[in-house]
Design a binder for this molecule. Structure first.
Ligand code: G3I
Length: 322
């Protein structure tokens, strides 16, 4: 059987996975499947700030560089995840802000240096960067974070400008969850994208994570959501797709899951500027879901033994059909 990466008839679509570097180092089946099925990879954790700058001014790119080398050996492109976020920040940074030893002016310099240093480090190696991750609440207001509190909303435009200066060829994205369909949160991104692009801020794409739960209804107007960003001249991408369920697994749940994967992928395939479809891990053997949602799991395309689930078959068929 052809791997997923060979099935995409629409050759401008990349099919990707998040990579767990511990699994990549220790599990041969995981390694070979990652290489075989996908033509794009995203670091699940190792490009996050807490990993790349564990002590102030001391960078550790070892694991991130290892992923980039793996990708290059296997003819894969790399999505960068993520530069500005409220989570997985290094302890030296959060404690310095909390105890007042880092003031607002210094915090802005720290953020500028972080974005600049990281994007330069990977210059030419990353096709799309999640520059700003998860900045809106569900109601479309800006999320409280050290960035908003200390720097005000201008940190968003600044981050895109700094990233663009550091690697002018990389495409720069927003990224968030619960923005698959047209809703208050995705509309907040749309409105912000319009404003920033009018001001000449280099915002190129809207990343839709795609963490679904079969217990919720499939989101409304997914394709229309992608299309409104495409109409602005922007890219879209599904960046972290998985579809969780309450355990135990049964056939009806697996069928519902397969349909959710298929429908997200179909929306992407139907919109010209939807550039990549990335799953947040591809086997139930390694997944963030059971740790975060008690009683839930089985969110991925393959089961814990790497056997294909109906979702995998559905993705294959959808790729082949377009
Ligand atoms: O690094 C420590 C390690 O030293 C320790 O031994 C281990 C023991 O639990 O924990 C490790 O840290 C964990 C880290 O993943 C690396 O494995 C954290 O506890 C764990 O909370 C962390 O979870 C990650 C989560 O982001 C944190 O925010 C998940 O793996 C990762 O899948 C998840 O990814 C996010 C995206 O970045 C953004 N969108 C949502 C998505 C799912 O939450």
């Amino acid at each position: 059987d052809k791997p997923l990466r060979d099935l995409a008839a629409r050759q401008d679509l990349r099919i990707g996975t998040a990579v767990d570097m511990e699994a990549l180092g220790s599990d041969r089946a995981y390694r070979s499947r990652t290489a075989r099925e996908f033509n794009s990879v995203t670091a699940e954790n190792v490009m996050k700030w807490e990993v790349v700058e564990p002590e102030r001014g001391v960078h550790d790119w070892a694991e991130a560089d290892e992923l980039v080398r793996f990708a290059q050996r296997n003819g894969q492109a790399v999505r960068g995840h993520t530069l500005v976020w409220h989570s997985q920040l290094p302890a030296w940074l959060t404690s310095g802000v909390a105890d007042g030893s880092i003031d607002a002016a210094e915090l802005r310099r720290i953020l500028r240096d972080h974005v600049t240093t990281q994007v330069k480090h990977f210059k030419g190696e990353i096709y799309e960067w999640d520059v700003v991750n998860e900045v809106f609440n569900e109601d479309g207001t800006l999320r409280e974070s050290i960035w908003l509190q200390k720097l005000g909303p201008s940190y968003i435009a600044d981050a895109f400008r700094w990233a663009h200066a550091a690697d002018p060829k990389a495409k720069l994205f927003f990224n968030d969850y619960n923005v698959e369909g047209v809703n208050a949160k995705s509309t907040a991104y749309y409105d912000l994208a319009v404003r920033l692009r009018q001001q000449g801020v280099p915002v190129h794409g809207f990343g839709i994570q795609g963490h679904l739960d079969i217990g919720y209804g499939f989101p409304q107007d997914v394709q229309a959501n992608l299309e409104r960003f495409a109409a602005l001249g922007m890219r879209t991408a599904f960046t972290e797709v998985d579809v969780r369920m309450t355990l135990p697994v049964d056939d009806a749940k697996l069928a519902r899951q397969a349909d959710d994967y298929r429908r997200l992928l179909a929306a992407c395939l139907n919109v010209r500027r939807c550039t990549s479809f990335t799953v947040w891990g591809f086997t139930d053997k390694y997944s963030w879901v059971p740790e975060w949602f008690s009683g839930q799991g089985a969110a991925n395309l393959l089961d814990e033994e790497y056997a294909a689930k109906p979702a995998y078959t559905a993705v294959r068929h959808e790729l082949a059909a377009h």
